[in-house]
Unconditional design. Structure first.
Length: 591
């Protein structure tokens, strides 16, 4: 509980800091709130005054019916003007708050996505996609409700309560004190409701996140679910998580259902007190009928803002619970530290050096152990070894998708940590085993968002033999690839990734098992494409098929995170070492 309080105290000021950017609009909205509240307080007073002056009071008896009717019309005119002013001010106030709230959430959502883009790959290795999606969508929308509606309404309701109490005290202190007799009960109920609703809202947000995470993961993996006939089991798991969310939401509804009737009963009790005490005072002529009417209207209206305040506190608690999760994401350390770096080189020759590099994904569970090597500009180098030897890790470290713990990685003699990430990654083109394609056309997937001409796209596709299947498609380069490229075969997706890489013309080419999922015919096309890809640039390849790397300038054999052997294909075979064993095993498997 103490932790929750500490968290709320730290989150709320940070949440309110977003208001500073829009303080001018908010000050106008706050002024309009004061006007709207004041006009709302005037309505019962106008009617009460009309009762005393025009109908039942002593001054009414002294006037003629015509004079009383004229005064009544005047009061009616004032009431209409107040209502018109109330409508215009309330409309403007709500528009300002909606615009401000939407703009705030727009900025927050953009900040969340930009921050997420700059997080290291290690974060995505351990964080489900559904959880991130929930932060940027559901949690951000929960905060929007506070900014666009609840915040000003909270201020307005506080002013109403204070305004009602002050006017009632000014009209008749004794009557007001009788009217306030049940207010402490309402305040105590509100405090209890706030405590219970905080826990209920936080539990609901957690269950919603868990459900979204489950959906994101299992919808993406639906093919595997159907392939292994796991539909029933996954359906049971979904029902369990859905049931947990249902129970959490139901508990939240029970809290509300418990609070509303109690507040209503308290307001009825207050109304009974006012009727009894006020009726007696009217009969004793201690107060006028108009004053009695004002008290009746105010005591009925007094508990509405108290009830709304409790609900608004609940909304704020929900927003705080969402904000805690959002700020947890925003507090994740980003990998980029480009602000303190020079602009970096405009271009590179492609010289890569690992100088006593140690790397682990977690703690000191070393994947690479004291690895050192140099790749000359334009050189074609391949890494081979058993699974888990550290081959792919080397490729990921060159683009700084992960940072090393010891040693230095240099590009053209410059520590890659001293080069801005955007600049560093423009020098590198990486083709992975699992090709990711975005929904849209083939042209869009080759170009991405860069300014690449259609002619260059076509030339790149032609150079890597992707045009062989693209030209046969009904819409050619405008053909939709489907989500994650589902409309294309594995070989076609790989050829598109080759075309994408070539179109961006990187100085360094990285191929991570780029031919492992390719059929024989497509592999022949890719072997031809590799000639265009490799020419004039440093290239690094990881491949299990040793036949694809036999012509490399240098082959490095990895074993248990270290480089055990290095040399050309023929040199390594002559050594009768690890490489030759791998070669013979693979040769025997092919036979």
């Amino acid at each position: 509980m103490n932790e929750d309080k500490r968290t709320s105290r730290s989150v709320l000021p940070r949440l309110l800091s977003y208001i500073v950017l829009y303080r001018k609009k908010l000050w106008i909205a706050l002024f309009l709130t004061v006007v709207v509240t004041g006009l709302g307080l005037m309505k019962p007073m106008i009617i009460g005054n009309a009762i005393d002056v025009c109908i039942t009071g002593e001054t009414a008896a002294m006037r003629s019916p015509n004079e009383r009717f004229q005064l009544l019309l005047a009061d009616a005119g004032v009431y209409v003007l107040v209502m018109a002013a109330l409508f215009l001010c309330a409309r403007k106030m709500h528009l300002l708050m909606q615009e401000t709230g939407q703009q705030m959430i727009y900025d927050l959502r953009n900040q969340l996505f930009e921050h997420t883009e700059n997080l290291p790959m290690s974060f995505f290795d351990t964080t489900p996609v559904g959880k991130i999606v929930t932060r940027i969508t559901n949690d951000a929308e929960s905060i929007n409700e506070v900014f666009s509606q609840t915040l000003i309404s909270l201020v307005q309701n506080l002013m109403k309560v204070l305004g009602f109490a002050l006017i009632m005290l000014c009209l008749n202190v004794r009557m007001a004190l009788w009217s306030f007799l049940t207010v402490p009960i309402a305040v105590a109920l509100t405090a209890a409701f706030r405590h219970l609703s905080r826990r209920a809202f936080r539990n609901t947000r957690n269950k919603l996140t868990a459900l979204n995470t489950f959906l994101s993961e299992h919808i993406s993996g639906m093919q595997i679910i159907q392939l292994f006939a796991q539909e029933r089991r996954k359906d049971r798991e979904f029902r369990e998580k859905s049931d947990e969310l249902f129970k959490a939401t139901y508990q939240e509804l029970l809290v509300n259902a418990f609070f509303r009737p109690l507040i209503y009963m308290v307001s009825v009790a207050a109304l009974v007190i006012v009727v009894i005490v006020g009726g007696r005072n009217v009969l004793d002529q201690t107060i006028t009928l108009g004053t009695f009417f004002i008290f009746l209207q105010y005591i009925v209206s007094l508990f509405n803002p108290i009830e709304e305040l409790a609900e608004q506190f609940s909304t704020i608690q929900s927003a705080i619970a969402s904000a805690e999760k959002i700020f947890t994401l925003l507090d994740e350390p980003v990998q980029r530290d480009d602000a303190e770096k020079p602009a970096g080189p405009a271009g590179v020759r492609g010289e890569i050096e690992f100088d006593h590099v140690w790397f682990a994904y977690q703690g000191e569970d070393w994947i690479l152990r004291d690895v050192s090597f140099r790749i000359e500009p334009g050189q074609h180098v391949a890494f081979v070894g058993a699974t888990g030897a550290g081959k792919s890790s080397i490729l990921n470290l060159i683009g700084r998708y992960y940072d090393i713990q010891k040693g230095v990685i240099r590009l053209d003699g410059i520590d890659i940590r001293d080069i801005p990430l955007d600049r560093l990654r423009t020098f590198i083109g990486q083709v992975q085993q699992d090709v990711f394609l975005f929904s849209g056309s083939i042209r869009r997937n080759i170009r991405l968002l860069d300014d690449i001409s259609d002619e260059r796209i076509r030339q790149a596709a032609q150079d890597v033999n992707a045009s062989r299947f693209i030209d046969r498609l009904p819409a050619a380069y405008d053909e939709a690839v489907g989500e994650r490229g589902s409309a294309l075969s594995a070989g076609q997706r790989q050829l598109l990734s080759f075309a994408r890489t070539l179109a961006h013309d990187p100085a360094i080419l990285i191929l991570d098992e780029a031919t492992s999922n390719i059929d024989t015919e497509t592999e022949q096309w890719i072997q031809e494409a590799l000639v265009h890809l490799i020419t004039g640039r440093t290239s690094i390849m990881v491949a299990h098929r040793l036949s694809t790397i036999q012509h490399a300038d240098c082959i490095m054999v990895m074993h248990n995170g270290r480089i055990r052997e290095r040399g050309t294909h023929q040199e390594l075979l002559a050594r009768n070492g690890i490489y030759k064993k791998l070669y013979l095993i693979q040769l025997a498997g092919e036979k």
